[in-house]
Ligand binder design. Structure first.
Ligand code: NAP
Length: 287
C-alpha cells in the first residue's frame, strides 16, 4: 500500500457492528494493485448517527462508501438519488459522491449473478427456490428476475414477512412465497436453490438449512448456491455435492459486488482477481 499522505483520498464502509467486515481487505488490495492514492476504512456508525455521518462524509470529501447492516434501507431517504435497481431491491449497498450529491445503488444482484452468467443456461422454463426473506434474498430475487426464471419460489418462516415480501414486488408475476413446510415439494423441481439465510454460517458451521428429507429432493445438476462465505464450503454445500449438485459459495458474490462498487468510485476497472486472492489469503491466514 502507498503511504498515507495529505492528498490520500478516502473510501470506506459503514455498519454497526463493523468489526468483522472483510471489505477493507479486498478494496485496499485492489487499490494498492492500481497504485492509487486512496484508502478504504471501516466506519462504525450507530443508527442514530447515520444522518450526521453522511453530513460529515460530505464535509471531509469522502469519495464513496459501502453500506452494510443495519443501514441498507435506512440510508435511502437520506440520499440525493437512488438507482432503479436499488429501489427495486429496496436497499442501497454502495454510495458514490457525484456532482448531484450522494448517489446510492445496489451491486449485490450483479454480484450474485456473476457466477451464474457463465453457465449460459436458458432459465425461462426453470424454477429457482430461495430460502429466507431478508435483505440478501431481495437481491437474489432481483437477480433471478433478470435471468428470466419461469418461477421464483421464496420460502420463509414468517407468514407476515412473506406476504409483505410478495406485495413489495407487484409486477413480478413469476414470484410466489411459501411456508418452510412446503420446501421438500418445491425442491424436487428446482434448477437453482439459494440459501439466503445465515443458517450454517460460522461459528454455527454444522448447521444446514435443509433437513435430510429436503436434501434428498436435490437433483443431480441442480445448482445449490449458498450466499455464506465462511466456512467454505458450508454444510449445505457439502451435502449438496454428495447429491451430485453443482455448488457455488458466497465468496464470488462478495468479491464481485465489491469490484463493481470500487469500479464506480475510481472510474476504472478494479481487479476481481486481486480482490478474490486477498480474501483467500485472509481466510488461509485465519484457518
Ligand atoms: P437478514 O436480512 O437478517 O435476513 C436473514 C433471513 O434469514 C431472514 O429472512 C430470516 O428470517 C432468515 N432466517 C434466519 N435464521 C433463520 C432460521 N433459523 N430459520 C429460518 N430462517 C431463518 O440477512 P441478509 O443480509 O439477508 O443475509 C443473509 C445471509 O446472506 C447471511 O449469511 C449473509 O452473510 C449472507 N450474505 C452474503 C453476501 C455475499 O456477498 N456473499 C451478501 C449479503 C448477504 P426472518 O425474516 O423470519 O427472521
Amino acid at each position: 500500500m502507498r503511504p498515507i499522505s495529505g492528498r490520500t483520498g478516502l473510501l470506506g464502509v459503514i455498519g454497526d457492528p463493523i468489526g468483522h467486515t472483510l471489505s477493507p481487505v479486498m478494496h485496499n488490495a485492489a487499490i494498492a494493485e492500481l497504485g492509487l492514492d486512496l484508502v478504504y476504512l471501516p466506519f462504525p456508525v450507530a443508527p442514530e448517527n447515520l444522518a450526521a455521518a453522511l453530513q460529515g462524509f460530505a464535509g471531509i470529501g469522502l469519495l464513496g462508501f459501502s453500506v452494510t447492516i443495519p443501514h441498507k434501507q435506512a440510508i435511502m431517504p437520506l440520499l440525493d438519488e437512488v438507482s432503479a435497481v436499488a429501489q427495486a431491491i429496496g436497499a442501497v449497498n454502495t454510495v458514490c459522491r457525484t456532482g448531484r450529491g450522494w448517489s446510492g445503488t445496489n451491486t449485490d444482484a450483479e454480484g450474485f449473478l456473476a457466477p451464474l452468467l457463465p453457465l449460459k443456461r436458458d432459465w425461462r422454463q426453470a424454477t429457482a427456490v430461495i430460502l429466507g426473506n431478508g435483505g440478501a434474498a431481495r437481491a437474489v430475487v432481483a437477480g433471478c428476475a433478470q435471468l428470466g426464471f419461469g418461477q421464483i419460489q421464496l420460502v420463509g418462516r414468517s407468514p407476515e414477512k412473506l406476504a409483505a415480501f410478495r406485495q413489495s414486488w407487484p409486477a413480478l408475476s413469476s414470484l410466489s412465497v411459501h411456508p418452510w413446510e412446503n420446501l421438500a415439494e418445491l425442491l424436487a423441481n428446482a434448477a437453482l436453490v439459494v440459501n439466503s439465510t445465515p443458517i450454517g454460517m460460522s461459528p454455527q458451521s454444522e448447521a444446514s438449512p435443509l433437513r435430510p428429507a429436503e436434501l434428498q429432493q436435490i437433483q443431480p445438476e441442480t445448482i445449490v448456491y449458498d450466499l455464506i462465505y465462511s466456512p467454505r464450503p458450508t454444510q449445505l454445500l457439502q451435502q449438496a455435492a454428495l447429491q451430485g449438485a453443482v455448488t457455488i459459495d458466497g465468496l464470488e458474490m462478495l468479491v464481485q459486488q465489491g469490484a463493481i462498487a470500487l469500479t464506480l468510485w475510481i472510474h476504472q476497472p478494479a481487479s476481481v482477481e486481486v480482490m478474490r486472492q486477498s480474501l483467500l489469503a485472509h481466510f488461509a491466514q485465519k484457518s
